[in-house]
Write a protein of this length. Structure first.
Length: 764
C-alpha cells in the first residue's frame, strides 16, 4: 500500500517506460573509449533547430577514427553513427550484418530490442531511396518484420515501440544539460549521447503510427472480449477482460489477475505466452454499481471468477493467479477459499492486510488514509489530487502540529473515509483481518505451488515474508519458492533498477522477473523445465558478491550468528556495539518529547547510500571494524532490556554498513518498526509495565543479504517512532487512535540496559 500511495497511474507508466528505454539503449552502448576527447557544445534543448546538425557533425568526426574489437558492438555503433549522419541505406546494411551475426549466435532466444532500430533504419532507407513517405515506409517495414514473429516476440516489440516519447525527450535533455558547461566529450560518452539522440529522433518520428499498427497485429493474433460480467453468489457483478490467442486449437490454462486498479494489465502478454489472459476487477468498479470495499469480499469474488473460468470451453481447467501489490493479496485471498481450479499463484509485493497495510508493525500509516480515498473514489479527492505529494505532506504536517487524535486525521482534509475509520477500529490482528487471507492452520491446506518475489528495499517485504513464513510454518512440505534480492516495490511492473537510490545493484540481480514468472508457470501448468534460478526454496542475491545463493529455508541462509550487545560507552553522538556483554552494568537514557512539534518538516532519508547519518528520536550504535568479510544473510533478531515510563511505545530498528570510505549503506529499507504491546502477539495486546525493567525479544520482519567488507562497521539505529506520517503512540495504554497531544505532557523516558543485544545471521 505504501508504494501505491506514493505513485499514480501516470507515474507508473513513466517509470515502466523509463526502464524500457534503459534496456533498449543498454543493448547498444559502447565499450570503446580509447580515442581522444572530441570538441562538443551541447544544444540548449532537444527542440533546438541546430541539434540535428550538431549531432551530425559529432558523428562525422567520430566515424573515421571509430574502433571496437567486439564485432557486435562495432556493427551496432557503426549503424548509430551512420543513422546520425543521415545515411540510412548504409545503416540498414550494417544492421542486416549485425542481425545475421546475432541470428547465428542467439538461435532459439527471444528477439532483442535492437529490432526497433532495424525497423526504423529500413523505413528511413526506403524513404530516402524510393521517395516513399515515412509513414508508408514505416508501415511496410513493420509489416515485413512483426507479423513473422511469434506471439511473445511480437508482443515485446509492440510494447517497446509504444514507449512514451517524453521518456526519450527527458533522457536527451538530461544528457544535453550534463554537457552544458563542458567543451569536450569523451568517445564513450559521445556514443552514449548519439544513441540517446537516436532514440528520441526515432520515437518522435514513428510514435504516432504505432497504435494503429499494434491494433492491426493484435486483431490477427488475439480474440479479445472486454467487460464480461461474472455474477457472485450475493449478486455482485465482476467485470472480466479476456484475451485468447487465435492460433490455439485446444483449451488452454488461464492466468488471472484480480485487481482493484484500472491501470495497465498483462492479459495480452499472458495470451502472447500461450495462456488465456484474464483480468478481473473488484466489485464496485467498472460495471458493478456497489461501493468499493477493499479487501473484504475479494477472496469469495475471486473464487467465483475462477469457477467461472474453469467452466468455459476455452479453459483446460487450470487457473494460475499472479499479482503485484493488491492483486498479490487477492491471489492469497482466493487460495484461502481453495477453489478446485486454482493450481498455482505467483506474487510480488503482495499486500498482507493487517500486517503491512494499512499498518506496519501494528502502527497505522497516513498513506493508508490517502490510499483509501483513491481506492474507493475514481475521482481525485477534494482538497488536492491524489497524485500531488506536496498536498499530502502538508496534511501530514498539519495534523502533526495540531496534536489532534489520529481519528481526526480525515477532518483536517475535510474528507472522512469510512473505510479508514473501520480499519482504525481493528488495531489488532483480529477476526476482521484474519478472514481476508489464510490464517494459521488454513495455510496448511494450501498445497498448490507458490512463487513469492520481493526485495530487501521493498516496502511490501514484510507482507511477502509473512505469507512465506506462515505457509512454511503450518505446512513444512509446502511447494513455496521465495526469490529476493536488492529490489524495491517496482520489481515486477518496471523491472530491477540498475541504480537504486544511488546504490549500484549487482549485474547478476538484473534479471527479467516477468520472464521468470512465465517460466515458472510453464513449469507448473505445462510441465516445462524448472527455471534455472529456482534451485531451492529460498533464492537470494548476495549484495556485494554479484552472485545468487540458494537455501532450503530462511534459517538455512546462515550457518551461525554474531551477537552484538548495546554498550553505554559513547564516543560523540554514538554508543558501541560490542561482541561481549559489558561486565559493568550501565544505563543509556533516552528522552523523547511528545509535545515538541518543531520537527514537523522531518522526512525519512531517501538515499540508500549517504555520507551522513542523521538520527531522529534515536540512539546510534556502532561496532568495531570487522576483521574479515562477513556475509549477513537472513532475519536479524534481538532482545531489548529496558524500562520505560509509559504503558506502550512504538520503536524502530535500522541497520547500516559503514564502509571504510565513510559511506553508510542501508542493509534494508524501510526501517523495521513495531508497537511494543503487539510484539509478542499481533492478536492480543500486552501492555508494558510502566517504570519497571522488562525484556522484549523480537525477530525482524525484514531481511537482507549482503557481504559486509573487512574494515566496515555494523551500525544500528534504535529509535522511538514519532513522526508526521505515522500514528503517534502516547503510551497511555488506551486506544492509540483516540490519544492526542493532551496525553503527552510527560515525555517518553527510556532506560536501555546493557543486556540488550541484536543477533546477526551470518554465513561462514
Amino acid at each position: 500500500m505504501t508504494s501505491l500511495a506514493a505513485t499514480g497511474r501516470a507515474s507508473r507508466a513513466l517509470r515502466a517506460a523509463t526502464w524500457l528505454l534503459g534496456c533498449l539503449l543498454a543493448a547498444a552502448l559502447p565499450a570503446w573509449a580509447a580515442a581522444a576527447d572530441f570538441e562538443f557544445h551541447a544544444p540548449s534543448t532537444v527542440d533546438d533547430p541546430n541539434a540535428p546538425a550538431i549531432m551530425r557533425d559529432l558523428a562525422q568526426r567520430i566515424l573515421p577514427v571509430y574502433q571496437e574489437p567486439d564485432p557486435d558492438r562495432y556493427l551496432a555503433n557503426l549503424s548509430a553513427l551512420q543513422m546520425a549522419l543521415g545515411d540510412y541505406t548504409s545503416a540498414y546494411a550494417t544492421r542486416q550484418s549485425l542481425r545475421e551475426r546475432r541470428r547465428a549466435a542467439d538461435l532459439g532466444r527471444r528477439v532483442g530490442r535492437a529490432v526497433i532500430f532495424d525497423i526504423y533504419a529500413y523505413a528511413k532507407a526506403m524513404e530516402a531511396e524510393n521517395r516513399v513517405p515515412f509513414a508508408q515506409a514505416f508501415t511496410q517495414s513493420f509489416r515485413d518484420v512483426v507479423p513473422r514473429l511469434n506471439d511473445a516476440d511480437a508482443y515485446a516489440v509492440t510494447r517497446w515501440l509504444a514507449t512514451s516519447l517524453p521518456v526519450f525527450q527527458e533522457a536527451l535533455q538530461k544528457s544535453f544539460d550534463q554537457r552544458r558547461l563542458k567543451d569536450s566529450i569523451s568517445a564513450s560518452d559521445a556514443m552514449d549521447l548519439i544513441w540517446t539522440y537516436l532514440g528520441f529522433e526515432a520515437y518522435r518520428t514513428f510514435g504516432a503510427l504505432v497504435d494503429a499498427l499494434d491494433a492491426e497485429d493484435d486483431q490477427r493474433r488475439y480474440e479479445t472480449v472486454g467487460d464480461t460480467e461474472v455474477k457472485t453468489t450475493d449478486g455482485a457483478s465482476i467485470s472480466v477482460e479476456i484475451v485468447r490467442p487465435k492460433n490455439s486449437a485446444k483449451p488452454l490454462p488461464a492466468l488471472l489477475e484480480f485487481t482493484i486498479y484500472d491501470a495497465e494489465d498483462y492479459a495480452k502478454e499472458c495470451a502472447s505466452r500461450g495462456y488465456v489472459g484474464i483480468v478481473a476487477h473488484t466489485r464496485g468498479t467498472h460495471t458493478d454499481p456497489r461501493d468499493v470495499v477493499p479487501y473484504e469480499y475479494d477472496g469469495d469474488d475471486a473464487r467465483a471468477v475462477i469457477d467461472w473460468i474453469a467452466a468455459q470451453p476455452w479453459s483446460d481447467g487450470q487457473v494460475g493467479m499472479y499479482g503485484d501489490g493488491y492483486s498479490g493479496f487477492t491471489a492469497w485471498a482466493a487460495a484461502k477459499r481453495l477453489p478446485r481450479a486454482l493450481k498455482a499463484i505467483a506474487t510480488s509485493a503482495a499486500t498482507a492486510p493487517g500486517i503491512d497495510a494499512p499498518m506496519s508493525g501494528s502502527i497505522f500509516h497516513n498513506s493508508a488514509y490517502r490510499w483509501s480515498l483513491y481506492a474507493t473514489d475514481p475521482e481525485p479527492p477534494s482538497g488536492g489530487g491524489y497524485y500531488d505529494d506536496a498536498v499530502w505532506r502538508a496534511l501530514d504536517q498539519k495534523w502533526y502540529q495540531s496534536g489532534w487524535r489520529y481519528r481526526d486525521f480525515g477532518r483536517l482534509h475535510q474528507v472522512q473515509s469510512p473505510i479508514f475509520t473501520r480499519w482504525l477500529n481493528h488495531p489488532s490482528y483480529d477476526g476482521y483481518w484474519q478472514k481476508m487471507v489464510p490464517y494459521r492452520d488454513q495455510f496448511a491446506r494450501i498445497t498448490i505451488p507458490v512463487l513469492t518475489m520481493t526485495g530487501y528495499y521493498a516496502g511490501s517485504q514484510a507482507g511477502a515474508l509473512y505469507y512465506y513464513l506462515q505457509h512454511m510454518r503450518y505446512n513444512p512440505s509446502a511447494d513455496h519458492t521465495l526469490v529476493i534480492g536488492p529490489y524495491d516495490d517496482s520489481l515486477m511492473p518496471h523491472g530491477p533498477l540498475a541504480m537504486l537510490q544511488k546504490y549500484e545493484v549487482d549485474p547478476a540481480a538484473l534479471i527479467d522477473f516477468r520472464e521468470l514468472r512465465y517460466q515458472w508457470f510453464d513449469h507448473v501448468l505445462k510441465a516445462g523445465a524448472t527455471p534455472t534460478l529456482l534451485t531451492d526454496r529460498v533464492n537470494y542475491e548476495v549484495m556485494g558478491t554479484d552472485q545468487w545463493q540458494h537455501a532450503a529455508s530462511l534459517q538455512a541462509m546462515a550457518t551461525g550468528s554474531l551477537r552484538f550487545y548495546l554498550d553505554a560507552n559513547a564516543s560523540g553522538d554514538r554508543h558501541r556495539l560490542v561482541r561481549h556483554r559489558p561486565s559493568r552494568a550501565a544505563i543509556m537514557r533516552q528522552t523523547v518529547s511528545l509535545t515538541d512539534r518543531s520537527d514537523f518538516a522531518w522526512t525519512a532519508p531517501a538515499d540508500f547510500i549517504s555520507r551522513n547519518l542523521t538520527t531522529h528520536n534515536s540512539l546510534l550504535f556502532s561496532s568495531e571494524p570487522l576483521e574479515k568479510p562477513t556475509e549477513f544473510s537472513g532475519l536479524f533478531s534481538g532482545r531489548l532490556d529496558f524500562a520505560v515510563n509509559k504503558m506502550d511505545v512504538d520503536l524502530n530498528v535500522t541497520l547500516y554498513e559503514l564502509l571504510p570510505t565513510g559511506d553508510y549503506v542501508y542493509l534494508f529499507n524501510p526501517t523495521y518498526e513495531f508497537r511494543a504491546s503487539y510484539l509478542r502477539d499481533r492478536v492480543h495486546r500486552q501492555l508494558l509495565k510502566a517504570g519497571e525493567r522488562q525484556e522484549l525479544t523480537f525477530k525482524s520482519e525484514r531481511m537482507t543479504s549482503r557481504l559486509l567488507q573487512a574494515g566496515s562497521r555494523l551500525v544500528m539505529v534504535l529509535g522511538v517512532n514519532k513522526r508526521p506520517d505515522r500514528e503517534i503512540n502516547y503510551g497511555t495504554g488506551e486506544d492509540v487512535s483516540e490519544e492526542s497531544i493532551a496525553d503527552g505532557a510527560d515525555p517518553i523516558k527510556i532506560r536501555w540496559y546493557s543486556g540488550s543485544y541484536i543477533d546477526i545471521p551470518v554465513r561462514q
